[in-house]
Design a protein. Structure first.
Length: 73
């Protein structure tokens, strides 16, 4: 059932053009700072790995069961 007082749809705003995308060119200073950041991350990542002396499977060597003796005993 239609009504005499049906609401009217508001008009749509005009479509605006898209803004220009930023340039993908990096300056030499930006490239240098990115390279320095990546080098620092690699240094930090390798820092803790070098302290782990076993593999994920554990120690694979035989345990030393004999006690060391003093000289002259």
């Amino acid at each position: 059932m239609s009504s005499i007082f049906s609401p009217k749809m508001p008009s749509l705003p005009p479509v605006q053009p898209l803004p220009e995308p930023p340039s993908s060119e990096l300056s030499a200073a930006e490239k240098a700072s990115i390279a320095a950041d990546q080098a620092a991350r690699e240094r930090k990542r390798k820092g803790r790995k070098s302290t782990i002396l076993t593999s994920p499977l554990g120690v694979t060597e035989e345990a030393e069961l004999q006690k060391k003796t003093l000289l002259g005993s």
